[in-house]
Design a protein around this ligand. Structure first.
Ligand code: GDP
Length: 323
């Protein structure tokens, strides 16, 4: 994939992937299976990442060479807006504990994951890494965004003060197998897959789309992200965020029409303007990661088909598995 030299070869390394039960962590674990490294994971019962002494004990006992922070409190626009304390506190604690303990325990390499919502609400499009902290955030997810900005700055601070090789990658809106399909708490793709599937099964004449349908979003299939992250873990060593996006965006209405086609829902799509739109557009500039030789492989239609298949296999009751 890339002709660059590995500054951190993974062969023989012990790599701790936090958040392995989530969509991103799970995909990173699978991707690392190609790397001849030893992947470490920990269940929530074994270590609560919000608890500093538990993180300290675990890291000092297991002695990883690298840590990937894929663990986070995540959710869609409504969840972010409804649980601001959880989104700010949980994410601050997870990253502060892992980054600080990694440094104290001498973990050589760490990769922190954020999100495109760290950038200003009205950032110039496509959004360059340099636009971080140049203007106000989108209010619906500022709690999450502020925690994630603090995580980037923690990595940069340990790099600057202690020379640590800790990096921060910013994925765009993600989707795929293992996503959270909660009806209210999820992001738009799993939310619509579930709603449209259920509407089709119930033979409902119409179903709803939150907001006006006009915001534009960029989407990336999670396995493409995992490939980018493993490449960055091996090859990238700069401060600040690096964007990981697909390079293309679409309106929420166009997305809904594609999901209707993938799920086989043929009824009417009605907009529900009582729900928030969020930021009007957040297409990231991917020049920096493209220069390293990575580009996504999965087009939106086939990615959505795989996500829907996973939903049917894992969530839909047996009588609903009609495709
Ligand atoms: P955001 O990118 O942080 O705004 O997160 P979301 O993925 O939750 O929402 C993206 C856009 O999709 C917003 O404009 C939502 O209003 C819109 N949307 C439409 N229907 C849904 C839905 O059923 N669930 C969610 N989460 N968003 C929806």
């Amino acid at each position: 994939m890339s002709t660059n030299i590995d500054i951190f070869p993974l062969i023989g390394k012990r790599v701790f992937v936090s958040g392995h039960r989530g969509m991103v962590g799970g995909a990173v674990v699978s991707q690392l299976e190609n790397e001849n490294c030893e992947v470490l994971t920990a269940s929530r019962a074994e270590m609560d990442l919000r608890n500093q002494s538990e993180v300290n004990d675990w890291v000092n006992r297991e002695r990883p060479d690298a840590i990937v922070i894929a663990a986070a409190k995540v959710g869609g626009i409504l969840a972010n807006d409804t649980y601001p304390a959880d989104f700010l506190y949980d994410n601050l604690m997870i990253e502060a504990n892992l980054i600080h303990v990694a440094h104290v325990a001498g973990v050589q390499r760490l990769m922190f994951l954020g999100s495109s919502c760290i950038y200003p609400k009205f950032a110039e499009q496509p959004i360059k890494e340099e636009s971080l902290l140049t203007a106000p955030l989108e209010p619906t997810n500022e709690w999450y965004a502020i925690a994630k900005i603090a995580g980037i700055k923690l990595c940069d601070a340990y790099r600057r003060q202690y020379g640590r090789s800790y990096i921060s990658a910013m994925p765009t809106n993600l989707y795929g197998p293992g996503d959270n399909f909660h009806p209210e708490g999820s992001h738009v793709i799993p939310g619509l897959i579930r709603r449209f599937h259920e509407a089709k099964e119930a033979r409902a004449p119409h179903t709803t789309l939150w907001g006006t349908g006009t915001p534009r979003r960029e989407f990336l299939y999670v396995d493409d992200l995992a490939e980018a992250l493993v490449m960055l873990l091996k090859q990238y060593d700069e401060p600040g965020p690096i964007n990981v996006g697909s390079g293309e965006d679409m309106t929420i209405l166009e997305l809904a029409q594609t999901i209707a086609s993938v799920t086989g829902f043929e009824g009417e799509i009605r907009i529900d303007e009582s729900k928030p739109d969020g930021t009007p557009r957040k297409l990231m500039d991917g020049s920096r990661i493209r220069a390293l030789g990575w580009s996504p492989k999965t087009d939106i239609r086939s990615g959505l088909e795989r996500a829907y298949r996973w939903f049917l296999d894992n969530h839909a009751p047996a009588e609903f598995r009609s495709v």
